[in-house]
Design a protein around this ligand. Structure first.
Ligand code: 6PG
Length: 223
């Protein structure tokens, strides 16, 4: 069951998202001594990432993964891991060995195989962050494209959102999570969010986390 919360504006959305990430971290670290977090790509989560760069946390116990990555060279400004590093990860003392970028520069197939081997050692995730595209995609799982319920990591060769070559966590990895938090901001997402609320078969609707699947959206997206 998907829960939806509408917040007044992007600032409140970023603040609520950062608070929920920190709360999930405290719970996981208290229970298991580790917090395994999957980051969303795109622009929406960056405001929350910038807030997380300003707080203190038990960073040495955080383990960071990525929900998807574009097949671009390391350090490329359009890579999701690069955006997260600039906004947050390079500004807090998470041990570098505990930040796990997707080796998307190896190409979709090889990178998906390598990342699947890695994440098998770290499942279940405690929290997965996702965005929502205007067409209803999340991570690099696109509506109307084949979705394998058993896939841990999938290669993407013809993504409708450029660049076409990507790597994405699959439905099984996204569901092997304590909880999933989807961040949606802006008028441009209004239709996609309405489709999700109406029960359309979007990728998010196929994710079955062990706990909560919560969509946090600002008023511009909620309509
Ligand atoms: C990507 C992201 C993608 C993103 C949505 C929303 O690599 O592009 O992982 O799934 O979350 O496209 O993007 P915005 O937050 O930029 O609108």
């Amino acid at each position: 069951m998907i829960e939806f919360h509408c917040l007044p504006d992007p600032e409140e959305l970023a603040e609520a998202a950062a608070r929920r990430v920190l709360a999930a971290a405290e719970t996981a670290i208290a229970a298991r001594g580790r917090f395994r977090l999957v980051l969303a790509g795109g622009q929406t989560p960056l405001a929350a990432y910038r807030r997380l760069a300003e707080v203190s946390a038990d960073w040495g116990r955080w383990e960071v993964f990525f929900g998807d990555e574009r097949c671009l060279p390391p350090g490329h400004p359009e890579r999701n891991d690069q955006a997260a590093r600039l906004a947050w990860l390079d500004r807090v003392p998470i041990p570098p060995a505990q930040i796990h970028p997707i080796p998307a520069e190896l190409g979709p197939k090889t990178a998906a195989e390598r990342y699947a081997e890695l994440i098998q050692l770290h499942l279940p995730f405690d929290l997965v962050l996702l965005g929502l595209g205007e067409d209803g995609h999340s991570a690099s799982l696109f509506p109307g494209h084949p979705l394998d319920a058993d896939a841990l990591v999938v290669p993407v060769d013809a993504a409708p959102k450029p660049p076409p070559e990507r790597v994405s966590l699959g439905l099984r990895a996204l569901s092997e999570a304590g909880s999933v938090l989807v961040l949606v901001s802006g008028q441009a997402k209004r239709q996609a969010l309405a489709r999700l609320r109406a029960g359309d078969d979007l990728p998010i609707a196929r994710i079955r986390p062990r706990g909560q699947l919560l969509v946090l959206a600002d008023a511009a997206a909620c309509g």
